[in-house]
Design a protein. Structure first.
Length: 209
């Protein structure tokens, strides 16, 4: 029976603790965000190829424009937010963890439903990266398969998780994140714990895509 490849797992895993996320202004200055991770652009043509962050939305505000970028916004905390796009579309993100994918060029205003919210952002350059995001329960064990060139990102919504074979043996708590990479060969990571995760796959876009 094949077993998870946990040998030297620490060399391919980066643990990102919630208390270490860097707080910075939005691009348009209308709010604050905490940057979880920004992956440098492989071709050096942009600030990043993809980025994870947590927006702090304490008042109604226009969102920053990100031309050439696609994004997924996930409600983390709060009673909800109404996304009012300039083209007339209105979409509500409601508890517990509603999410919406949309183009970064689209002009919109975020309107609070009832008090401040915290919202997870996954953003990626659509000409360079193929990205997916899932909301998954963690009950016991879970295997994640990572191919060369990919990065899988985990963000703990609730509970705790542990990555087998990682030297940083402390569990990931709510608000923590991790990046899983493969190196030169496909790797299998074994997660265990209990709670809820955002699970994301980031991979270079091929010409056929």
């Amino acid at each position: 029976m094949n077993q998870p490849d946990t040998a030297n797992a620490s060399a391919h895993v980066r643990i990102l603790r919630g208390q270490d996320y860097r707080r910075e202004r939005w691009r348009n200055g209308a709010g604050w965000t905490r940057q979880v991770h920004a992956e440098p652009a492989a071709d050096g043509s942009a600030e990043w190829d993809w980025r994870l962050s947590i927006a702090e939305i304490d008042a109604d505000a226009p969102f920053s424009a990100f031309p050439g970028v696609d994004r997924v916004l996930v409600l983390l905390h709060g009673n909800g937010m109404r996304l009012r796009f300039d083209d007339g579309e209105v979409h509500e993100l409601l508890p517990p963890h509603d999410r919406l994918r949309f183009a970064g060029e689209r002009a919109l205003v975020g309107e609070l439903v009832d008090g401040p919210t915290r919202d997870f952002n996954l953003m990626w350059r659509r000409d360079a990266i193929d990205a997916s995001l899932w909301h998954r329960p963690l009950v016991g064990s879970m295997l994640v398969f990572v191919d060369p060139g990919e990065t899988w990102a985990l963000h703990v919504l609730a509970g705790q998780a542990r990555i087998d074979g990682v030297a940083d043996a402390e569990s990931l708590a709510a608000g923590d994140s991790a990046l899983l990479r493969a190196g030169d060969a496909r790797r299998r990571y074994l997660l265990d714990g209990g709670g809820e995760l955002l699970v994301m796959r980031l991979a270079p876009r091929t010409p056929a895509q």
